[in-house]
Structure formats: structure tokens, C-alpha cells
Design a protein around this ligand. Structure first.
Ligand code: 3H9
Length: 684
């Protein structure tokens, strides 16, 4: 604690993110109590050193025996203080960090600061009075949006909604905060204790109706997921009960969530994502300042999506197509995407225009000669890829990184067509590439580690999660997906309907099942009439022009607004194909469907690990959560295997092997770990 005249400045310095661990809580509590006792102190500023204001509770402490003082106790001491306490916020005030700021009597933030309550992303609720204080300070709908999305808002929005009182526009946050504190003292402003404010209530609705309407509006997004539901209960309590009673409910539900497997899964996922960023052999922070301009080969869905991902982070992008019409189509798609963002209000019209203008469309690869990173997103065929890389090798500058966005093809073969395989790697984005967070960073046999590190750092710089994987068919994600798809195709021939298969996965928590997904992507991806044998359901659907949503029919029939209906015709086609292949049909339980879809994925994940194509089981989970919509509250397929129990997984695989054959044989790694009673994810 230092002094600026009559203002005590309590500074926390606990790298890397000033998490509110026990020593920080201790320090804060005694500093506040000291300041309160000291008659010469008229107000207190709480501020942090380093890159951020408090990033919340120390997540490593959660789930362990509580250490005193707990956060609510510290916050109560702050709020109780007889002198105004002012939170001075920079970086991000998150979770317990924002809750601490809300226990202060006033808040000042630098314009670049962001504030949020991301507990939901850990399967928790704000458990240090956030659910009770925030709806007393701002509109309850806005409070719920903040707590249920878990996404932070910027200082300007925080000011507009009333979460902070003023912006610090000067050179020094500390100086501005002290000046603000002096004004509060000088004007004899009251101690604003949020606990004493009445909760805001929505117009025209009772709190119960408001809570129900919120639940209904978000039902699809929040299905199966416990934390949001409990957050809504807490906010309803804030609107109906005295502060301390609401607080008791918040405490109880927070503790329950802490013990819930959903939160264990999400906390695991939090650290898994950070672990994935660490690439053995890459020391320190790679310098990505040398990467200034990006080239993209191919203006199709992937090329334009990847281009937008880079432009959104401020990089200019040169995008090359072979035909003017294809280029025009790609650029028009980009423009439309940005215009839609402007219409929705997520971008200003000027920003949408600025981003569109960062694209340069060209018809010759030579236009990429000056690019620092070139991402090839051309047609998914080896001959096309090798031709492009052969040409790029001659055109690109020596320091350029050459990446391919291939989803399946052998990167070592692609790299071998160049004289610089050390600079070639895979950057496998997921569609829509401007939205989905995952990028598989595929390290070829000869790729330089420094290039891998740079690609990982670049992925992070554009807001993505990079995960290093090795070269194999489909890499990690699609290789596992293929196993699931293969089994889904078998299940419908054996008697399950596509809608039953989709429903089982949807109910498990995935955004959609394999058949709905196939309809969305287009059944004719990689399909040609010439090569069609008419022996698979897909062949038969494509032959009858049922090619997915875009043709109004695929596995499902599509009506107005793409509403899908099960198709009796498709059931007939499936029965026909099964008959032609001599497959006996039977009732298949939901339990069997789930096992047959998930266990082969887990098994393949174990094979991938054993082959060293993924560095850690947790990397596989990061891939599935961020690239395929695996619900984070289930931690990813490998974590799920662990929650089921590896011995049970092996047992069920063996039973399936006995019934259906060798494709279910448990991977050697699973057998070994199950026998030893050890864990797949222990390294995390
Ligand atoms: C909570 O507050 C509960 C309360 O409501 C109730 C309590 C009673 N704890 O992400 P980075 C580590 S729940 C411990 O790479 P960035 C992280 O693991 C909490 N460690 O940096 C990493 O370690 P390493 C609610 C934490 O600059 C290092 O810090 N708060 C914590 O990209 C750097 O992290 C949250 O959920 C933590 N709270 O992003 C916020 N936070 O270097 C979680 C980080 O060994 N944190 N670490 O791998 C974040 O969102 C980001 O870390 C942040 C910085 C935006 C702050």
C-alpha cells in the first residue's frame, strides 16, 4: 500500500494475471482493514500491476479445500469499508475480479479495458456475489447476457450500461484513479454499496416470467448445461429476495456446481487449451512481427473464410483464383458477410467497408511473391495441391511460410514438390473459418520447429486455437470423425433411422448429428455421377438429386426456413440398400447408437496418441471442442472416456468387437492404461 496524499493506493502484483489466490486475498483484506483504521486515509484505490486487473479466482484453487479468507469475505470487507474504495481497472476484470470491482464503491477503467463474468465457461456461476450485485447495478437482461455468454464487454459498453462510472483517459491509470477518488471525497459523494440498491426488475414481466422467457429463448443453446440454468435462478433470486438471502442461494449453487462433473470437464478444458499452446522444443515467444501480409490461394468457402480470419485481425490479404468469375464470387461473398455483420450491428458500416478493402483479388499466383504467409485453399486433390506448391516454390520469397489447408492429404508429399519442405506445413481451418476457433497446425516430417511455433503464434494472434498434429489421413479431427461417420452409415443400414442417430448425438450435446451435418455440407462433396456405384445410401440420394439442404432434400426433407423433416422416401432407400447388401435390420437402442458412435472415436484417439500424431490426449479434446462443437461440459472425447472409466470403455469395445468384428478391437494404449488403472489425460 502506498499513499498519494490522503488516498491509499493498494497495488496487487501477482503475475501472470493477478488471479485472486489466497496470498492475494490475504494482502487485500489486511490492506483494506489497515486503510480503514488509518484516520489520515480518506479513500482507497485498488489497482493491479502487470498486464491485467484481477483475472478472477485462482482456478487452480477451485475444487480444493477452501483457504481463508475466502473471496466473499474479502469483498464484504471492501464494501463495508467506511471510506470510498475505487477499483481502477486495466486489462481484463474477469469473474471474481469484476465481482471485486462491484464490491468497491466506484469503478474507473482505461478505455482498452474489458470486463466480464466468464465463470459459465468453467461450468460455474459468479460465486462471489456477482449474480446478486450485477442485477442491482444494470438491467437484469444485460446482466444475464453477460453471465450466460461469459463474454467480456469493452469499457465503453461497461460505461454505457453502468458497470463502471468513468473512463481514465490520461497517461496514468493510477493518477486518474487518485484524482477520481479525490473528487469523490471532495464532493462528499455517498458510499455506493450495491448490496443496498434494489434489484432492477424488467418492465411488464414478473421476475419468474422474465426468468422463464429467458430460459425459453435460449433453450436450444443451453440444453443439458447446468450452470446457465443456475445463473438464471440466482438472478431471479436477486430480483425477489433481500441481498443476503440471494447471496446464500448463490453460495449454495456455486458449491454444487463446483462438485458437478460438468465444471470439472470445463476446468480441464481451460487448462487443456493453454497446454495445447505449448509446443515442446519451441522456446520463448515466436516473433510474428515479420508476418505482415497474407496470401490465399483459392477464393472458395475455405479460402474466403481463412482470408476473413486474417483480415479481422488486421492483416491485408491477397487472394488468388484462376478464373475471374470465381474470384468475383469469392469477393462478393466476403462483401456480403461483412455487410451482414454491419446490418446485425456487430460491425460499424465503416469497419465493414475497411475490412472488405483489405482484400486484394488477383488472377495470377505471382501476385503472392511478397506475402509472408501463403495459405493454399485450392481444390482438395493431390495433383492440384502439388501443382500449386511447385509454382509457389518459384514465386514466394525465401522467408515465406507455405501452408496448405488440406483436410486429408499427405503434407509431406506436398512439401516434397518444393525446394523448401522445412517451410511447408498444414494450417487446417474449420468451416466457417472466420468463426470456428480451431486450426490444426500440421507438422510435416521436415517442417522447421520455428515455423511450427510461428504458425501457432499466428493462429493465436488471429483469435484461433492452434493445436499441433502430425501427418496422417485426416490428421486428428477428421480421422476420428471418419470412424464415427462409418459407424453411423452402418447403423442406418442395420435398422436405426438417420434421425435417431442425429437425435442421440444432439441429446449428448453436439450441435448436430452426422446426417444433418452431411445435408448441411452437401452430400455431393467429392461425389461424381460417373464414379457412383449406386450401392451406398449417399450414392442413391445424390443420384436422385437429393444433395442436401442446398437442393431442398438430402437425408431429410427441407421446408420453409430450412426446417427439416424425416423423409419416408429416404427410409425406403435405406431399406433397399440394406436388402441389396443382405444386411438384416433390427431395433437399435439409443445406448447402442451412442456407444457405436463414440467408442470408435475414442479408440481412434488412442491410436493417434500411440502413433504420436497428437502430443497429448488433452490436445485431442481441444480439437473436438473447438472444431466440432463437442460440448465443453463433457471435456472432449478423451476426457469423456476417462469419466466413463477406461476399464468400462475397453469392456464395451470388447463386447462390440465380439458382436461386430475387429474394427472395435480396443487400442493397445487403452488396454494398457485400463489394466494399469492409469489415466489418458494425467499429463494435463
Ligand atoms: C471465478 O472467478 C469464480 C468466482 O466467481 C467465485 C470465487 C469464489 N487462475 O490465458 P493466458 C493462467 S472463476 C489461475 O494464456 P492471456 C493460465 O493458466 C475465474 N490461473 O493469458 C496461464 O498459465 P500458463 C474466472 C490462471 O493473456 C497464464 O495464466 N476467471 C487464471 O491470453 C496466462 O493465461 C476466468 O475464467 C486464473 N483465473 O489471457 C478468467 N487465468 O502460462 C480466465 C489465467 O502456466 N483467464 N491463468 O499456461 C482468462 O480468460 C485469460 O487467462 C486472460 C488472459 C484473459 C485473463
Amino acid at each position: 500500500m502506498t499513499r498519494q496524499d490522503s488516498i491509499a493506493v493498494v497495488t496487487t502484483d501477482s503475475p501472470p494475471v493477478n488471479a485472486l489466490s489466497v496470498h492475494v486475498r490475504n494482502g487485500l483484506k489486511s490492506a483494506i482493514e489497515d486503510a480503514d483504521r488509518d484516520d489520515s486515509v480518506e479513500a482507497v484505490v485498488v489497482i493491479c500491476n502487470g498486464r491485467t486487473f484481477f483475472a478472477g479466482a485462482d482456478i487452480t484453487e477451485l475444487g480444493k479445500p477452501p483457504l481463508s479468507p475466502d473471496l466473499p469475505e474479502v469483498l464484504a470487507a471492501i464494501e463495508k469499508s467506511a471510506k470510498p474504495v475505487i477499483a481502477a481497472i486495466h486489462g481484463t476484470a474477469l469473474g471474481g475480479g469484476l465481482e471485486l470491482a462491484l464490491a468497491c464503491h466506484y469503478r474507473i477503467a482505461v478505455p482498452s479495458a474489458r470486463v466480464g463474468l466468464p465463470e459459465v465457461k468453467l461450468g460455474l456461476l459468479p460465486g462471489a456475489s456477482g449474480t446478486q450485485r450485477l442485477p442491482r447495478l444494470i438491467d437484469p437482461g444485460e446482466a444475464l447476457d453477460l453471465m450466460i455468454s461469459g463474454d467480456p464487454v469493452d469499457a465503453e459498453k461497461a460505461l454505457r450500461t453502468g458497470m463502471i462510472d468513468t473512463l481514465a483517459e490520461g497517461q496514468s491509470l493510477e493518477a486518474d484513479a487518485v484524482a477520481f477518488a479525490k473528487r469523490i471525497v471532495g464532493d462528499a459523494k455517498p458510499l455506493r454499496r450495491i448490496r443496498d440498491m434494489p434489484a432492477k426488475t424488467p418492465d411488464a414481466l414478473t421476475p419468474a416470467e422474465f426468468a422463464e422467457a429467458y430460459r425459453e429463448r435460449n433453450a436450444r443453446k443451453l440444453r443439458n448445461f447446468r450452470a446457465p440454468d443456475e445463473i438464471i435462478r440466482c438472478v431471479e433470486a436477486a430480483m425477489t429476495l433481500p441481498f443476503d438471502e440471494g447471496l446464500a442461494i448463490e453460495r449454495k449453487l456455486f458449491r454444487e456446481l463446483l462438485d458437478d462433473p460438468q465444471s470439472a470437464a470445463m476446468r480441464y478444458a481451460f487448462f487443456a487449451e493453454r497446454k495445447a499452446a505449448k509446443v515442446p522444443g519451441v522456446e520463448g515467444k515466436p516473433d510474428i512481427s515479420r508476418i505482415r501480409s497474407i496470401g490465399i490461394v483459392g477464393a472458395g468457402t475455405m479460402g474466403t473464410g481463412i482470408g476473413m480470419a486474417f483480415v479481422n485481425a488486421g492483416y491485408p490479404v491477397t487472394i488468388v483464383e484462376t478464373q475471374q468469375a470465381a474470384l468475383d464470387r469469392g469477393l462478393a461473398n466476403i462483401r456480403r458477410t461483412y455487410e451482414r455483420s454491419a446490418q446485425r450491428g456487430s460491425l460499424t458500416p465503416e469497419e465493414a467497408e475497411r475490412r472488405t478493402a483489405l482484400f486484394f483479388g488477383r488472377l495470377e499466383l505471382e501476385a503472392l511473391s511478397d506475402c509472408d504467409l501463403i495459405v493454399e485453399a485450392a481444390f482438395e486433390e493431390m495433383s492440384v495441391k502439388t501443382e500449386v506448391f511447385f509454382a509457389l516454390d518459384r514465386i514466394a520469397k525465401p522467408s515465406a511460410i507455405l501452408a496448405t489447408n488440406t483436410s486429408y492429404l499427405d503434407i509431406d508429399r506436398i512439401a516434397a514438390t518444393t525446394s523448401r519442405p522445412q517451410s511447408v506445413l498444414g494450417m487446417h481451418f474449420f468451416s466457417p473459418a472466420n468463426i470456428m476457433r480451431l486450426v490444426e497446425i500440421v507438422r510435416g516430417e521436415k517442417t522447421d520447429l520455428e515455423i511450427v511455433g510461428t504458425a501457432m503464434a499466428l493462429a493465436r494472434a488471429i483469435g484461433k486455437v492452434g493445436v499441433v498434429v502430425g501427418v496422417c489421413h485426416g490428421f486428428v479431427g477428421n480421422r476420428m470423425l471418419e470412424k464415427r461417420q462409418d459407424e453411423a452409415d452402418r447403423l442406418i443400414l442395420e435398422g436405426a433411422t438417420p434421425w435417431a442417430v442425429d437425435r442421440v448425438l444432439y441429446d449428448f450435446g453436439l450441435p448436430m448429428g452426422p446426417f444433418a451435418m452431411a445435408d448441411l455440407a452437401g452430400l455431393d462433396l467429392g461425389w461424381t455421377r460417373e464414379a457412383s456405384t449406386g450401392e451406398t445410401v449417399r450414392d442413391r440420394l445424390c443420384e436422385s438429386e437429393r444433395r442436401g439442404q442446398k437442393t431442398g432434400a438430402g437425408y431429410y426433407d427441407y421446408g420453409e426456413n430450412r426446417k427439416s423433416d424425416p423423409s419416408p422416401l429416404v427410409e425406403e432407400i435405406i431399406r433397399d440398400v440394406a436388402k441389396a447388401r443382405g444386411i438384416a435390420r433390427r431395433e437399435i437402442s439409443d445406448e447402442e447408437i451412442l456407444d457405436r458412435l463414440l467408442l470408435p472415436m475414442i479408440n481412434e484417439g488412442a491410436n493417434i496418441l500411440e502413433e504420436g500424431k497428437a502430443l497429448r490426449a488433452s490436445d485431442i479434446d481441444v480439437i473436438w471442442i473447438n472444431g466440432y462443437g463437442w460440448p465443453a461440459y463433457r471435456g472432449g472425447p478423451m476426457f469423456h472416456a476417462e469419466q466413463v472409466g477406461l476399464d468400462k470403455v475397453v469392456e464395451r469395445l470388447r463386447a462390440l468387437e465380439a458382436a461386430h468384428g475387429g474394427r472395435f478391437r480396443p487400442a493397445a494404449l487403452l488396454q494398457r492404461l485400463a489394466a494399469e488403472g492409469s489415466s489418458l489425460t494425467d499429463d494435463t
